[in-house]
Design a protein around this ligand. Structure first.
Ligand code: PHE
Length: 452
């Protein structure tokens, strides 16, 4: 049945290529920039446990579901949902799920690109020796001064958007696959080096305690929502990125196994980043709750103090930019694939339009760190609002409906045709997407709204 459907955009060359691309999408700023600072803001250990629980019980089953939907539909998420809805004989409004994802992707990329721009700027700072003093106060000052400059932020945001659109324009094999091949292993090596450095500081144990010793009194409804939202964000779930990557997946490749691999690698990178960063925070008398600047205010201290720090620092920020790039391309791919399918546009044209649109939106985030920093709605600036709306609300909502679709709407036998799981594993997965994942998202939402 599914063999008659073929993606017009091409296919991954192998299972390894898919794992790399999906890991490339998952591992990004979410792991290295966001995970440490939200862990810091939400009190450490207990937050980490809730996040890990969400990855296991909600993230992995939904990742399997999302990949499966993509491979069965073989088109952009909007058209995939249309086709699968017809196949299931369900109401046609399910394709709005594809739209929700496209909009979430735009919004996320608009601020993602700004932060990735910071990382580009930090490559230059590293190479020019700006961290060489290794002094915490000077390095914090450097960051504060940098984000106060709208011009600099706009320049780097633009550079990153152009790079993203250039990779996406080259298509599945030419662009996406090549971009991630060497990146992940190198990033891992540098992170291990930073962990080794963290071990040499006096505050190593204190850092570990902060991350792994849970103090549940610090958990609030909002921090549970943030942990759950982050599980979606870091695994690239709920907006169609994994669905569109799944649609390029050749048949006969085990979706469940690859999902475990991707989620495992993603979680490992996040934990390593935390283990590298918190000892530095404590060793230098910084605040774990410093917010989005956390890694930019801590890691340069290490690079300033260690031997070879100039080279390692430069390499680290280069790799961070590439990790961000392999994620950003997946944020915009659902929209580009849809424009190519429905408007009959070339990939290039679709990329230019999507890129310009996202770039303009990104200016809002740029200004929220300087000229609009006083503009607040619900006590949040524009960047914080966008982050909350997308990661905490839109992604879990998208994931909720994907789970419901895969579990309740789609014929069981069609899901099994794609997944090819043994009986017990299939039942387990089906139970998780039918009941556990949707119920968990629902309960967290209800709790935050204040009904419970
Ligand atoms: N997972 C990416 C990260 O952790 C971000 C992302 C979210 C990418 C949603 C695609 C879709 O950086």
């Amino acid at each position: 049945m599914t063999d008659i459907r073929k993606s017009i955009h091409g296919e991954w060359s192998s299972r390894f290529a898919f794992v790399l691309a999906a890991t490339g999408s998952a591992v990004g700023l979410g792991n290295i920039w966001k995970f440490p600072y939200i862990t810091g803001e939400n009190g450490g250990g207990a937050f980490v446990i809730v996040y890990l629980g969400c990855v296991l019980a909600i993230g992995i089953p939904i990742m399997i579901a999302e990949t499966m939907l993509g491979r069965r539909g073989r088109q952009s998420p909007i058209n995939t949902m249309k086709t699968l809805t017809q196949e299931a004989g369900a109401e046609s409004y399910w394709h709005y799920l594809g739209w929700l994802g496209v909009i979430a992707g735009f919004l996320i990329l608009s601020y993602y690109s700004v932060i990735a721009g910071w990382a580009i700027a930090y490559v230059l700072k590293a190479v020019s020796g700006s961290f060489s003093s290794g002094d915490a106060a000077q390095i914090s000052g450097l960051f504060d001064e940098f984000v106060k400059s709208p011009v600099q932020l706009v320049v780097w945001h633009s550079v990153f958007m152009i790079a993203t659109m250039m990779v996406v324009a080259r298509g599945v094999r030419g662009g996406l696959e090549k971009a991630v091949r060497f990146l992940m292993p190198s990033l891992l090596i540098l992170l291990l080096l930073l962990v080794a450095y963290a071990m040499s500081t006096d505050a190593y144990q204190q850092g570990l305690d902060f991350m792994f010793n849970p103090d549940f009194s610090r958990i609030t409804g909002d921090s549970v929502l943030t942990a759950m939202g982050h599980a979606f964000f870091t695994l690239s779930l709920g907006m169609g990125a994994i669905m569109v990557y799944g649609s390029y997946l050749p048949k006969n490749i085990s979706i469940a196994k690859t999902s475990f691999l991707v989620a495992g690698a993603d979680t490992a990178v996040a934990l390593l980043a935390g283990i590298a960063i918190f000892p530095l925070v404590f060793a230098n008398g910084l605040e774990p709750s410093a917010g989005p600047g956390l890694i930019f205010q801590t890691l340069p201290i290490a690079f300033g103090q260690m031997t070879g720090g100039l080279i390692f620092g430069t390499l680290f920020f280069i790799l961070l930019v590439f990790a961000a790039l392999s994620s950003s391309i997946s944020l915009i791919e659902p929209a580009v694939a849809w424009l190519v399918e429905n408007r009959d546009w070339s990939r290039k044209k679709a990329c230019v339009l999507a890129g310009v649109f996202t770039w303009v939106f990104g200016l809002g985030t740029v200004f929220s760190f300087n000229i609009w920093s006083d503009f607040k709605l619900f006590d949040r600036n524009l960047f914080e609002l966008l982050d909350y709306l997308t990661a905490n609300l839109m992604l879990p909502l998208g994931g909720f409906f994907m789970a419901v679709f895969a579990g309740w709407i789609m014929h069981k036998q069609h899901a099994q045709e794609e997944l090819q799981l043994d009986n017990i594993s299939f039942k387990c997965w089906h139970f998780l997407v039918c009941y556990i994942a949707p119920a968990a998202v629902f309960l967290v939402f209800i709790h935050v709204i204040g009904v419970l």
